[in-house]
Design a protein around this ligand. Structure first.
Ligand SMILES: *Cc1c(COP(=O)(O)O)cnc(C)c1O
Length: 400
């Protein structure tokens, strides 16, 4: 119920029938809704979706159909998108730096919660945001704090977040000004270690004590891992349990209600990316090997690369969740060969990191299907060099 039924059974059904020349992102609504339920059933609090990970309308409407009722938004565009698609949703405007006209826009669209990490930005909010929303519910302001925590693929603390001392000052001022005072942090992205959350929650306890304010809610951010490497399935339930246990241990009877805002972990594994092999070069033909790739591996040129759906690869590293199909849909099963994989643009930066182990019998015209590609792919896709005509297709299952 509520699932938008795809035209295609699976990605192979599509590639065999449509033989696309342009890259495709496949979305499986059943997989997306199942992952939403995993969060809704397992996370001990309110689950909101970080829209920036993938703002495709089918993603938003399927998450809403599965029961996601809150959204982490960062711009007027994202606010308007969610108000249009899920009119009753709770909007959490958690980009801590906003122009004044953006704040006015947010108030006009009944935003429920704002995060802040500096006194100047708090003053801007206090000047423009009434303490109560149109329906009378109190507006929440969360003080966002940071810690130097290793373990995330890249560190968000270097851009946003107040020190513990400043967060305590912010929390006091928020409470004194008559808003619902809360705390928030964002541990990074693709954090596989529950300890990333633990250190932040302990810091939240220190901040609340220093401010002498009991936070109404603690938003533990996003950063939950997706399935990138075959042998490493994300242990979400262990992370959820650690968040609950540490919050109880730190705050006891005063424990704030918990909120999370996953992007990647909700949407990544609901999508797979399809790219087509434009050319293959062997080390022996004078262009591979010691040429541009420089490490002796045979070269593959795809119709998509790091300016397209694979934009995150240089930051996040490669994944081994890859299969190759001939145009008739037969899986290539040749012994794996290390390949240097280039994208279609005319610069050597457009290369997937490392080598990919790909079937030795792959050929020009074949299709490469990469799983776990729903986050930070469509949304950061560019049209650089005239490539990047990325289509989105709905499939019932990604299993092939
Ligand atoms: C990007 C972001 C998220 C989502 O991060 P994921 O790693 O995709 O889960 C959540 N909260 C904030 C504040 C963010 O900036």
């Amino acid at each position: 119920m509520g699932v938008s039924h795809g035209t295609w059974a699976d990605p192979v059904d599509y590639l065999r029938t449509a033989a696309p020349f342009d890259p495709v992102l496949f979305l499986s609504p059943p997989a997306l809704q199942a992952q939403a339920r995993r969060f809704l059933d397992g996370f001990p609090g309110l689950v909101t979706y970080a829209v920036k990970a993938n703002p495709e309308e089918a993603v938003i409407t399927n998450l809403a159909a599965a029961g996601i009722a809150g959204f982490d938004v960062a711009s007027p565009e994202e606010i308007a998108l969610i108000r249009r698609l899920v009119p009753g949703a709770a909007l959490h405007y958690n980009n801590p730096v906003r122009a004044r006209h953006e704040i006015v826009f947010a108030v006009g669209h009944d935003v429920a919660s704002y995060s802040v990490d500096s006194l100047g930005e708090l003053d801007k909010l206090l000047a423009a945001v009434p303490q109560r929303r149109a329906g009378g519910a109190p507006v929440e302001i969360t003080a966002r704090f940071k810690l130097p925590v290793p373990g995330a693929a890249y560190d968000f603390g270097t851009k946003f977040g107040a020190t513990e001392q400043l967060a305590a000052v912010l929390l006091r001022r928020i409470a004194a000004a008559g808003y619902t005072p809360s705390l928030t942090f964002h541990p990074g992205t693709q954090c596989t270690d529950p300890a990333a959350w633990e250190s932040y929650i302990r810091a939240a306890g220190r901040i609340a004590a220093a401010a002498d304010v009991t936070p109404a809610r603690l938003n533990v951010g996003g950063g939950f891992p997706s399935h990138r490497v075959n042998e490493q399935r994300p242990a979400l339930e262990a992370i959820f349990a650690r968040i609950r246990d540490v919050t109880d241990a730190v705050f006891g009877a005063d424990a704030p209600a918990l909120v999370c805002e996953p992007g990647r972990a909700l949407v990544a594994d609901a999508c797979a990316a399809l790219a087509r092999v434009k050319a293959l070069r062997d080390p022996g033909d004078g262009t591979g090997g010691d040429g541009a790739g420089g490490d002796g591996a045979a070269h593959v040129f795809l119709n998509d690369g790091i300016y397209g759906a694979f934009a995150e690869m240089p930051l996040m590293g490669a994944t081994d969740r890859v299969a190759v199909f001939s145009p008739d849909g037969t899986a290539r099963r040749g012994a794996p060969v290390a390949r240097v994989v280039f994208g279609p643009t005319c610069d050597s930066v457009d290369r997937l990191p490392g080598d990919l182990l790909l079937p030795g019998d792959m050929e020009e015209g074949d299709f490469l299907l990469m799983q776990g590609m729903g986050a930070y792919s469509v949304v950061t896709n560019t049209r650089f060099n005239g490539f990047g005509a990325l289509g989105v297709q709905v499939v019932m299952t990604l299993d092939v």
